[in-house]
Design a protein around this ligand. Structure first.
Ligand code: G1P
Length: 291
């Protein structure tokens, strides 16, 4: 009954931190190595068998739709030229069962989630924020898989967290914890981007959530603050009713919504690449020796 089958990926942000590229290219289409960041996010879902995905896009966002659709002339050409491997790469994004919802107003994360209401109805859903790429090494359990397991065992909404220190505390949603068992934390409160003195703990919310279907209803009923409704308000309500859990993610995480994080992701993914990993390593060593 509690099976998680659906996922929402908000992708309608303005991407102002990456201007001028984001004038014409939506931020989720910025590439880390050879794939746009949004493709890594959908792969995170398909790896664990979640195939019903809705991407929330802005009204003029044809490029993302195109990326997940058929590229007729390119595909024909690759086949004609006998370039089977490249043909398969071009086909990869078509295997995701992606639907699109349009966010007409830039009214925040909760606004984006509400655009997917028709798709989710009253079912639980995974929420993945595209500014973060998570990387599970071989043998490590992917973050979303862990969250889905916790949700399916307990029926409670669950969020991923990581430990942060110093000024970083104020960059994220922050949780208070009332108890912890087998790595699963019971969340008592949430504050969004607190000052260091207001922080409840060193546990910051990262962009992966599994939320029960009732969250959609809660968002609809929330009172706006500064003309915006906040997901954090719904999460805080769940927390105070004892209905919110958290799990600390310990794998690699890249903040690709930030210029430095984006460069780090590109460098590390290049180092991991079979095709150019060795050469990248040599290049970095040489570069470092000259710095
Ligand atoms: C959002 C959430 C915040 C969370 C963060 C993770 O903030 O509101 O609680 O810690 O994502 O990246 P944003 O980065 O959209 O400002």
């Amino acid at each position: 009954m509690n099976k998680v089958k659906k996922a929402i990926i908000p992708a309608a942000g303005l991407g102002t931190r990456f201007l001028p590229i984001t004038k014409a290219v939506p931020k989720p289409m910025l590439s880390v190595l050879d794939k746009p960041t949004i493709q890594y996010i959908t792969e995170e879902l398909s790896e664990i068998g979640i195939e019903e995905i809705v991407i929330v896009v802005s009204p003029d966002c044809e490029v993302i739709r195109k990326h997940f659709g058929k590229a007729e002339s390119l595909e024909e050409r690759l086949l004609q030229d006998g370039k089977q491997k490249l043909y398969e790469i071009a086909l990869e994004t078509r295997k995701f069962n992606v639907k699109f919802a349009v966010q007409k107003q830039a009214n925040g994360l909760a606004g984006a989630i509400l655009c997917a209401e028709e798709f989710v109805k009253e079912e639980p859903f995974v929420l993945l924020l595209g500014d973060e790429l998570l990387y599970a090494e071989k043998g490590e359990k992917p973050c979303v898989k862990r969250l889905v397991e916790i949700f399916e065992q307990t029926g409670k909404s669950v969020i991923a967290t990581m430990e942060v220190f110093g000024d970083d505390v104020s960059k994220y949603g922050n949780i208070g914890i009332s108890s912890e068992e087998d790595g699963v934390m019971q969340v008592s409160r949430i504050v969004e981007k607190p000052s260091i003195t207001e922080a409840l703990s060193n546990n910051a919310i990262i962009g992966r959530y599994v939320l029960s279907g009732k969250v959609m209803g809660m968002l609809k009923n929330l009172k706006p603050r500064n003309n915006e409704i906040y997901l954090t308000d719904a999460l805080d309500e769940l927390a105070s009713n004892g209905e919110l859990l958290a799990s600390c993610f310990e794998g690699a995480r890249y903040d690709v919504g930030d210029k430095l994080g984006y460069i780090k992701a590109n460098v590390e993914f290049a180092l991991k690449s079979k095709e150019i990993g060795e050469e990248t390593k040599e290049f970095i060593k040489d570069l470092a020796s000259r710095l």
